[in-house]
Design a protein around this ligand. Sequence first.
Ligand code: AMP
Length: 219
Amino acid sequence: MIIVLFGPPGSGKGSQAQLLVSKYNFFNISTGDLLREQMSLKTHLGEQIKNVLEEGALVSDDIISTLCFEKILNNDKRNLILDGFPRTLGQAVKINQFLAKNNLKIDLVLYFDVDLVKLEQRIVGRFSCSKCGEVYHDSFKTPHKKGVCDICGNLTFIKRSDDNLDVLKNRISTYLRETYTLKEYYEGQNILTTIDASCDMNLVNENIINCLNQAGFKK
Ligand code: AMP
């Protein structure tokens, strides 16, 4: 099964992807993580895209599609999550063509519906483990033991450089301009389900599992 998670920045796609990976053995491709990896490795591509991410704009369809498709081909798990891809109509068309060539298709698109005014609080309090990348939040999800990562025991945490108010404004306007249109596109294909992403993350997760089961998901 291939599912796409789409919604505004801070709507909880990454946290839900982590939950699905830990509970159901999904393989998750987060295009934001792929780009941040390139930046931290200081590759040529990483240097090229640094400014784009820091401004809250989008990397070109060609670059991001190449990175994403390479990952899909290297994955041998049956169930795949695409977190943050596609983010433009151009990317949506490219992935349809790519999957069709490989006898695959997107089974379900989950649209994370959340009031845009809530995003500020979610994004600004967000931080993650510098080692394993587990994501936390000052108010909604602190580590069980203060200062210690629940997953790997690491003691250092980092904040994304684009998780601040100025960049958030750009990320939201980029989302509304380039990405929101995918809702209509996937509705037209009858594969879109809207998830109320403003409630507690465990409840959101339950709703997602129900949707997956209805769509014929098998562990
Ligand atoms: P995310 O971690 O999903 O919030 O993504 C962080 C940043 O990476 C975005 O603000 C974009 O600059 C870039 N990015 C991630 N996914 C894509 C994509 N599918 N297309 C273009 N840029 C992307």
